[in-house]
Design a protein around this ligand. Structure first.
Ligand SMILES: [Zn+2]
Ligand SMILES: [Zn+2]
Length: 216
């Protein structure tokens, strides 16, 4: 059984997730730790729980989701950093974009390899289902953990909201289609762990989301 722990990091209040199993293996999704105390908080959680990171996994590469990658790669050099190939251009724009926003941070390293829906990803023995959910960013991925019935959705779907589509790679109709085809086909009781804000469920968003719900 996989457990999930959420941290809210950086001035953009991004959700970083640590998922771990009873064998103490863990993956870190969207490491957004920015300030020194945030980096230490994340590292201490891993160390104090004797967790062994196996993957630095990203839903996408917007700067608020990669602030902590460089720090973690220094601490755990053998742990691969992976995301979708379409996010390479976003990752490569990190320095320019953070300069524009006046929020300088550690430049993330290149991905160790790219993943898509056909890739085999596991946490311990458990398979992670990869869902290609573009629209907020060109290579947005969501990660579905079937036995636990939870999905890490990045900035695709939020509690009563959806991701921005006014930035590079964003497209509203693509995003709506991703949500309908890939997320709303999951069971209603699936817990949705978003890139920002509170945990919700697929059923709640089908009912109440003003952008993609039944009354949209
Ligand atoms: Zn984003
Ligand atoms: Zn974000």
């Amino acid at each position: 059984m996989i457990q999930i722990r959420c941290f809210q990091f950086n001035p953009i209040q991004e959700n970083t997730y640590v998922l771990f199993n009873e064998k103490k293996q863990c993956i870190i999704v969207d490491a957004g730790c920015y300030f020194e105390e945030e980096k230490n908080e994340l590292l201490n959680f891993v160390l104090e729980n004797n967790l062994q990171p196996t993957l630095l996994l990203n839903t996408h590469a917007h700067f608020d989701h990669v602030f902590g990658i460089s720090f973690l790669k220094n601490k755990f050099p053998s742990v691969p950093f992976v995301l979708h190939q379409n996010e390479k251009v976003v990752l490569d724009s990190f320095a320019a974009v953070t300069a524009k926003y006046g929020i300088a941070g550690d430049v993330p390293p290149d991905a160790d390899y790219f993943i898509d829906e056909k890739s085999e990803l596991k946490l311990g023995d458990e398979k992670i289902k990869i869902l290609f959910t573009p629209g907020h960013s060109l290579g947005s991925l969501s990660f579905y953990f079937e036995p636990e019935n939870m999905v890490v959705s990045g900035d695709v779907l939020f509690q009563q909201s959806i991701g921005r589509t006014d930035i590079m790679g964003g497209d509203f109709s693509t995003l709506v289609q991703s949500i309908h085809d890939k997320l709303f086909t999951l069971p209603d009781e699936t817990q949705v762990y978003s890139g920002h804000g509170a945990v919700t469920t697929i059923g709640e968003e089908k009912d109440f989301n003003p952008f993609v719900g039944k009354n949209a």
